[in-house]
Design a protein. Structure first.
Lengths: 665, 268
């Protein structure tokens, strides 16, 4: 009984087996449990009260004291117990039940994984354990064709593929660049080769961008703390710790256009002669605020500068060819005539053909200038005819020209244009070539000199070239018949000249680019000089060195470039700033001068007399950090790193992705 | 054990802080902290799950069972913290991850529930003043019933009255057969006592003074059975909650291993 002190004595208590997986069926039914209890295999062990043992040929009762001790009847003759009981049905213990339930749960989980653990590519499949959650809205359309394979190469690759993927590092970042592209190195910090060189180690897309967070998830979010983890200069906020901007901020180099704000606003726009052309609304008169982004683009030349500088462009032509002085007659008329295919014969033929065409034009239009050209050609042909067979050719040669070869021609021919002994033969060959093949000879010359004839000689025709060269071959000055329109290509007296037709003249730009990239000192002087350069282009457009390496050989010829288009003031690729919201916020009246204040002391123009764009003096005082902090410092306006800085450089999409998008449409 | 849990909890909190700090540091360095937190979580989960194995290997000296329980409790709580550090959310996206989180929470909650009821039950069992081995309860109840029936026979033989015997057969035998008033006993409502007094009051007025002595013995046995019933109810609960906790833990470990495989194949 429970209150007995000796209740656990072997004389009163049966032997309990708490680790046995079964309990007595009678006890489970709240009856009196038998003394023996169930067996290990779950069968009833209490069908008899004892298991007699044989000693010396006699069976002896083994009923334990706790069950009453040996019975008086003793074992039966066959050795079995005389007290038999009805067998019970032992029941599993709670522990046993728990074990079985655990096995069942494990089986259910494994079966569920087998059933739903894989993506079988079946559209009717209800669910898959591979479904890690919905993609962001910007990515979810790109998996419709390839499915998970669009990002996960191991998907559907079978057991071996999974094993390989598990054993190797092959995350989804590898496939991001199938669509996305960045400046190289793609996996370098900030896509910067410079930073990568000093900070070895690669980055991966999933460091910052984690997918499967839902359609509306922001997968580009980056905290300031993440920036601080790499950057040595750590700070709590822009207002408190960010370093002061550079002394020239936001300008990292001089502007592409040498527009001196200081002199224009301080002097020219106040001059009564030009004040009517001054921009009516200040800065926005020239800068197009509607297109404001990081840069506020300048309106076109015609809308801004043309009011005062329209005539400047056409004021400076360049001479492509000047018929130079010769010591002896370079063109032997007799030889040309005697030769059936001679150059003079060809020139005469070409001139006659030209005459025919111009006569037709003159008859059709009745134009006085056309008739004048016809007369001029007739004169040249008559003069040619007179000279053939005459003794004039044998007389002492008196050169019609006392000029030197133009720098452009000298550059193209590769001769010294000042020394007749050097240029005579080359020039003679050129003249003969033009007489024989017209513009084609000049085109070949340009091509051999590394230029592009299509752009450099655009608009130049035989009608301009052949009569002039024919006259010069005859040791005559060329006099254009009628009134010469001195724009574009034209020949006059001893020169073949080009004069820009308007701002942005493509031929003039092509010659400046050619001179910048290939030109000699004399050619640069002819085209790129701010004071005398052809077209006066470089009066406003900066000419910069393309050489960025400070250690470059100073004796090496440095390629230049003419900066035709304006560029953002701050070239830093990791800074982002949009003028538009700021202008809208400040509103009319405050406009640009809230931040950009003209520095009248700056020697702005001097920076354009040299080639290094980074040596400059801005027209404007630098924008100070405090100016930004006025708004981005009080907590009302964002001042996180990514407010003003980008992580990636030159982000974009590959054509394959664009084709995919187009295919879907 | 409470003291040990408190001490070990300090180490658990320190471990959680260390892992959380390093995870945050990795995040700040744009490294994948999920690898650290995930592998730590599953390692602690597997260690915690070893308690069940330890119980099956009682023949091997693997430390005190109470120490294992302390580790199990603290480790389990550490898992909850690690889970949140790992997922950075209460409920992760993704169907499978949702099931995994559900299983984790069920295991955690059932574990916390089990720990609490064991703490409460042990106090209640101590308050009974007797010790009863769970496996012996059927035997104890049977012996109490036999003792009660012995008293009834003695009463009938000594007094020649069958009033108490009839009362026993009609009413009390039901009570002595097995544990009664399970929920009342579990929540300490005392329905058994009320029931016995109510039933006893209806018969006591018919009993002689000699029979009342026997009735007094019977009442003592009823009170003893109430204590045994209390042991049964609370010990039973101490065992039955594991029917939820252990199988769920097995399922959770399998699901976590599958999750680990998927992560290794698809994300790392």
């Amino acid at each position: 009984m429970i209150l007995r002190d000796d209740r656990f004595s072997e004389k009163v208590s049966p032997y309990l087996r708490p680790n046995f997986p079964y309990v007595c069926g009678r006890a489970a039914a709240w009856g009196k449990p038998c003394h023996n209890g169930p067996t290990a295999d779950g069968s009833c062990g209490g069908t008899s009260e004892c298991h007699p043992y044989n000693e010396g040929g006699r069976w002896i009762c083994r009923r334990p004291p706790s069950a009453g001790g040996p019975c008086s009847e003793g074992p039966l003759p066959d050795g079995s117990c005389c007290k038999t009981l009805t067998a019970c049905q032992p029941r599993r213990t709670v522990r046993k039940v728990r074990g079985r339930v655990s096995v069942m749960v494990a089986a259910v989980v494994i079966a569920a994984i087998a059933a739903f653990g894989f993506d079988f590519g079946n559209q009717e499949q209800v669910a898959s354990s591979l479904d890690a959650g919905p993609l962001s809205s910007i990515h979810q359309n790109f998996t419709s064709e390839q499915g998970c394979n669009a990002c996960h190469a191991a998907h559907g690759s079978g057991a071996l593929g999974w094993l390989e993927a598990a054993m190797t590092k092959s995350g989804p970042s590898d496939n991001c660049t199938n669509c996305h592209q960045f400046k190289n190195p793609v996996n370098g910090p900030h896509n910067s080769a410079l930073i990568s060189a000093s900070h070895p180690g690669s980055t991966s897309c999933t460091m910052c961008h984690t997918e499967h967070k839902g359609a509306d998830a922001n997968i580009v979010k980056m905290d300031d703390a993440q920036c601080n983890s790499c950057h040595k200069a750590k700070f709590a906020s822009f207002a408190t710790n960010h370093k002061e901007f550079s002394e020239t901020y936001p300008f990292g180099q001089r502007t592409a256009i040498a527009f001196n704000h200081s002199s224009h606003f301080g002097k020219h726009f106040k001059d009564a002669r030009y004040s009517k052309n001054a921009p009516a609304n200040g800065c926005v008169g020239c800068h197009n605020v509607a297109l404001a982004e990081r840069n506020v683009p300048v309106r076109g030349f015609d809308d801004t500068c043309a009011g005062c500088h329209q005539d400047t462009v056409a004021g400076r032509e360049f001479v492509m060819f000047t018929f130079p002085e010769f010591e002896e007659n370079p063109i032997d008329i007799e030889d040309i005539i005697e030769s059936p295919g001679g150059t003079l014969a060809a020139a005469a033929k070409a001139t006659q053909d030209l005459q025919g065409e111009v006569e037709k034009l003159a008859e059709t239009t009745g134009s006085a200038s056309s008739k004048a050209i016809v007369e001029e050609i007739k004169t040249i042909l008559a003069d040619l005819g007179d000279r053939v067979g005459s003794e004039e050719a044998d007389e002492e040669f008196e050169p019609i020209s006392s000029e030197t070869l133009s720098p452009v021609s000298a550059e193209l021919l590769g001769v010294n244009g000042e020394e007749v002994g050097e240029y005579a033969e080359a020039t003679k060959t050129l003249v003969e070539g033009v007489l024989e093949n017209g513009v084609t000879a000049l085109a070949e010359l340009v091509d051999e000199a590394g230029g592009n004839p299509d752009s450099l000689l655009r608009g130049l025709s035989n009608s301009t070239v052949v009569p002039a060269f024919t006259a010069w071959a005859a040791n005559k000055e060329y006099e254009a018949a009628g009134e010469t329109i001195e724009k574009g290509w034209y020949a006059n007296e001893l020169s073949l000249v080009y004069r820009a037709t308007a701002h942005g003249d493509p031929v003039m730009k092509a010659w400046l680019d050619y001179a910048a990239q290939n030109g000699s000192e004399s050619l640069n002087e002819a085209f790129l000089s701010r004071t005398d350069g052809a077209g006066a282009c470089t009066k406003c457009h900066a000419v910069s060195s393309t050489e960025t390496d400070k250690n470059a050989d100073k004796n090496k010829k440095v390629a230049l470039k003419v900066e035709w288009k304006s560029h953002p003031a701050d070239g830093s690729p990791l800074v982002k700033y949009s003028h538009k919201p700021h202008v809208n916020l400040l509103g009319p009246g405050s406009w640009c001068t809230s931040c950009h204040k003209i520095n009248e002391k700056a020697e702005f123009s001097a920076a354009f007399n040299q080639l290094d764009p980074h040596k400059f003096s801005s027209n404007f005082s630098s924008v100070k950090k405090g100016t930004c902090v006025e708004c981005h410092g009080g907590g009302q306006v964002s001042q996180t790193c990514t407010t003003c800085h980008e992580y990636h450089q030159e982000p974009g999409f590959k054509k394959t992705m664009m084709r995919q998008v187009a295919g879907k449409k | 054990m409470t003291k040990n849990i408190s001490i070990l909890s300090i180490f658990g909190v320190i471990a959680l802080i260390v892992v959380g700090y390093n995870a945050q540091k990795m995040d700040l360095n744009l490294q994948n902290s999920s690898v650290l937190t995930g592998y730590t979580l599953i390692a602690v989960m597997l260690c915690v799950a070893l308690l069940n194995t330890r119980k099956k290997l009682s023949m091997i000296p693997l430390g005190k069972a109470s120490s294992w329980v302390v580790f199990h409790v603290v480790g389990g709580l550490l898992c909850v913290g690690l889970f949140w550090v790992h997922t950075n959310t209460f409920w992760p996206r993704g169907l499978y991850e949702g099931f995994l989180a559900g299983a984790f929470y069920l295991v955690s909650l059932s574990g916390i529930f089990g720990y609490l009821i064991q703490r409460l039950n042990s106090r209640k069992l101590t308050e009974t003043g007797i010790e009863v081995i769970y496996e012996r309860i059927p035997l104890e109840l049977r012996e109490i019933q036999e003792k009660a029936e012995e008293y009834i026979r003695e009463c009938t033989e000594a007094t020649g009255s069958d009033v108490l015997a009839n009362h026993y057969l009609n009413t009390m035998v039901w009570y002595f057969q097995k544990p009664r008033f399970y929920w009342s006993t579990l929540f300490g409502a005392g329905n058994a006592k009320v029931w016995f007094r109510s039933e006893g009051a209806s018969v006591k007025r018919y009993l002689s003074s000699e029979e009342l002595d026997y009735f007094q013995h019977l009442e003592e046995l009823v009170e003893l059975k109430m204590l045994v019933d209390t042991h049964f109810v609370h010990q039973n609960l101490n065992k039955k909650w594991l029917l939820l906790h252990v199988p769920l833990s097995v399922g959770l470990v399998i699901m976590a291993l599958w999750h680990l495989l998927l992560v290794e194949v698809y994300a790392l």
